[in-house]
Design a protein around this ligand. Structure first.
Ligand code: 3PG
Ligand code: MG
Length: 399
């Protein structure tokens, strides 16, 4: 690997130079108020930005937010993110109301040394995500015009072959930011020779989303603990009825094969919290995992499962966790995720939390972030890294 890093750029000297930083400021927003519900991704990029500011660079930050369809859409504006970024940096962030238009050009031109601008959502432009190389290229040309150097600190987006991630680094001297470096350093220990026992905890709703990572991890791990919505497809594969729980019928056979391939390695819930509706007010009880009533759906793992998972985590030397154990956003179904998270935090192992929902759960449940070895900012990106896939954004930095 021949990736040049932020330190290499700083060593060249950046005072007065324009630096374009791709960040992943795709933070969750409250559906009603539009306010930021978890600013973890903003905080994660501060070390890179502070270093550039401190060295006197003129810093232009770009990011996507949500999945607008290639045109401006106010609900996905980065304006409030600019405000929060400014608070966290303790310095004003100049906000451009477009991405590569008049506002962006004048905002970038007006930057003084050590000042920061944030461009409006990259995905307000069809060129950002286009499959058409020429369309991406022309957007990338315009973006690249805002910097003399490019720093990628958007780990959460490195699995996307998008203009700002893949095409811009081909046009500018390019460097990996501190966050991208740290993520790659940590995740590469998991694909290499992690200390054993190595236990992986997977949750989340769909087996199909996690199948590739299960295939890649199964030969490497000592134990694979499965909770969340995806456990019901595994329980079905064991021959249990799962009521109205989430079920991917077409994955049942695949789950059966996985369990046959690694006998005893995969641990499933023995009890679940089953409710009569998907609602925080629904009537609910803890039931045996092989006795879910036909009119009920499982929304969390039960206390006996939490205890069993905790026992399997105790004594582990390496733990990777991705995906909540239940619908943690609803208080009655948050105990499983909390219990497993606490067992991971208290394990003494080197622990890695794979981004997205599990990282959000750690913060939403008020758990101490510093009790985990590393909390990734990448959901899809960290899974694809562990699958051993080539990530376009990393590949683009490698030459
Ligand atoms: C994420 O949240 O997974 C990253 O920001 C990438 O976003 P995307 O899945 O919309 O490409
Ligand atoms: Mg995603």
């Amino acid at each position: 690997m021949s990736i040049r890093t932020l330190d290499d750029l700083l060593a060249e000297g950046v005072s007065g130079r324009r630096v374009l930083v791709r960040a992943d400021l795709n933070v969750p927003l409250d559906k009603q108020t539009g306010s930021i519900t978890d600013d973890g991704r903003i905080r994660a990029v501060l070390p890179t930005l502070s270093a550039l500011i401190g060295a006197g660079a003129k810093v232009t930050v770009c990011s996507h937010l949500g999945r607008p369809k290639g045109a401006p859409d106010p609900q996905f504006s980065l304006r409030s993110v600019a405000g929060r970024l400014g608070e966290l940096l303790g310095a004003p962030v100049h906000f451009a109301t477009d991405t590569v238009g008049d506002s962006a050009r004048s905002t970038v031109d007006a930057l003084g040394d050590g000042e920061v601008a944030l461009l409006e959502n990259l995905r307000f432009n069809a060129g950002e995500t286009s499959k058409d190389e020429a369309e991406r290229a022309s957007f990338a040309d315009q973006l690249a015009g805002f910097g003399e150097a490019y720093v990628d600190d958007a780990f959460g987006a490195v699995h996307r072959k998008h203009a700002s991630v893949y095409d811009v680094p081909a046009r500018l001297p390019h460097f990996a930011g501190r966050l991208v470096l740290r993520e790659v350093e940590v995740l590469s220990t998991l694909t290499g020779e992690p200390e054993r026992p190595y236990v992986v905890v997977l949750g989340g709703s769909k087996v199909s989303d996690k199948l590739a990572v299960i295939e890649a991890l199964l030969p490497k791990v000592d134990r694979l603990l499965i909770g969340g919505g995806m456990c019901f497809t595994f329980l079905k594969a064991q021959g249990h009825e799962v009521g109205t729980s989430l079920l991917e019928e077409e994955m049942v056979e695949t789950c059966r094969n996985l369990m046959e391939r690694a006998p005893g390695k995969i641990l499933l819930p023995v009890d679940v919290v089953a409710a009569d509706a998907f609602s925080p007010d629904a009537t609910h009880d803890t039931v045996r995992a092989d006795g879910i009533p036909s009119h009920r759906l499982g929304l969390d793992i039960g206390p006996e499962t939490v205890a069993g998972f905790a026992a399997a985590l105790k004594g582990a030397r390496t733990i990777f966790w991705n995906g909540p154990m239940g619908v943690f956003e609803m208080a009655p179904f948050a105990h499983g995720t909390r219990g497993v998270a606490e067992a991971i935090a208290g394990s003494g192992a080197f622990t890695v939390v794979g981004g997205g929902d599990s990282a959000a759960a750690v913060r939403a449940l008020g758990l101490d972030e510093s009790s985990f070895g590393h909390i990734s900012t990448g959901g899809g990106a960290s899974l694809e890294y562990l699958e051993g896939k080539t990530l376009p954004g990393i590949a683009a930095l490698e030459n």
